[in-house]
Design a protein around this ligand. Structure first.
Ligand code: AMP
Ligand code: ZN
Length: 276
């Protein structure tokens, strides 16, 4: 068999198409290790895990507010069922994994706090293509629904345990406050309010010597999705929600930057942790 060692996908971030990468089987072993690690981290919380498609209903994306707040990032599916000019279909590309979960709970009254997780391949029409900024990437999210205070506490606890786990994998992480999130970049005022309310936090790590990126993000949505999808608590109040999103492809890039391209050279403890 011809040596393919010169062919790299995600490992060195190169690809024919900017922001789109192929993942080798060695890389997928790391991703599998990450999936198991996240699963173990939230085993006590979550009731069900889902694997979502790269497409989602346009209606759900609209209900989540994505096309109005991030029109520049949204991708849509166009098609032609009868061979005419392609037109927009009822599907768009998944922008965030958690969007797949809200319709499941739409119109429901939650008798108890609920925790679900979901992985999806997401699309975002990014403008730049520095290392780790992909247009198509895997996102694994853990989402918690319930009463305001409890959800915010969960977000804080989840962020801390994710940071500990990622540091335990040998990454030099930083937890930083961010803005932008799920309800948009609609001006400085909103971004400032979000920062003041500390709704979004990111765990960053180096992907190259001079580039750090968010490898995970924790968002407290308050009642935003509860209201949009009519999810209520038993006392009639709108359900609050929070999500912790792991960027699986970015974490593998951070690990390769920290420990080297070849996983057989990685520290034993990290290999054992990821079952490599
Ligand atoms: P966000 O919804 O923007 O907070 O994204 C959740 C997580 O997905 C981030 O913490 C990143 O790890 C990952 N992510 C976001 N955008 C990209 C991208 N363009 N390429 C690769 N990973 C991304
Ligand atoms: Zn989310």
């Amino acid at each position: 068999m011809a040596a393919l060692s010169h062919i790299r996908g995600l490992e060195d971030g190169t690809s024919e198409i900017r922001g789109v990468v192929l993942s080798s089987s060695a890389n997928e072993k790391i991703v599998d290790g990450l999936r198991r690690g996240i699963g173990a981290l939230f085993a006590g919380d979550r009731e069900e895990h889902f694997v979502a498609t790269p497409v989602i209903s346009r209606r759900t994306s609209e209900r989540a507010g994505y096309p109005t707040t991030f029109p520049q990032l949204l991708g849509a599916v166009h098609g032609s069922q009868d061979g005419d000019e392609p037109t927009a279909t009822d599907l768009v590309l998944t922008s965030a994994a958690c969007h797949h979960l809200y319709p499941l709970l739409a119109g429901k009254v939650l008798g108890a706090p609920t925790c679900l997780s979901v992985e999806a391949t997401c699309y975002r029409g990014e403008k730049t293509y520095e290392t780790g900024r992909l247009r198509s990437f895997r996102m694994y999210e853990v989402v918690r629904f319930g009463q305001a205070g409890a959800v915010e506490q969960w977000r804080d606890r989840a962020l801390r345990s994710a940071d500990q786990w990622l540091s335990g994998l040998g990454l030099s992480t930083r937890v930083v406050q961010a803005s932008d999130p799920f309800f948009g970049r609609t001006g400085d005022f909103l971004a400032r309010t979000q920062r003041e309310q500390q709704l979004k936090w990111e765990i960053t790590a180096e992907l190259t010597e001079d580039l750090s990126q968010a490898i995970a993000s924790a968002n407290y949505h308050k009642e935003y999705f509860g209201e949009a999808f009519e999810i209520t608590n038993t006392d009639g109040s709108e359900t609050h929600s929070a999500c912790l999103a792991f960027g699986l492809d970015r974490i593998t890039l951070a690990l390769r930057h920290a420990h080297g391209v070849d996983t057989s050279d990685w520290p034993l403890a990290v290999r054992a942790n990821l079952a490599l």
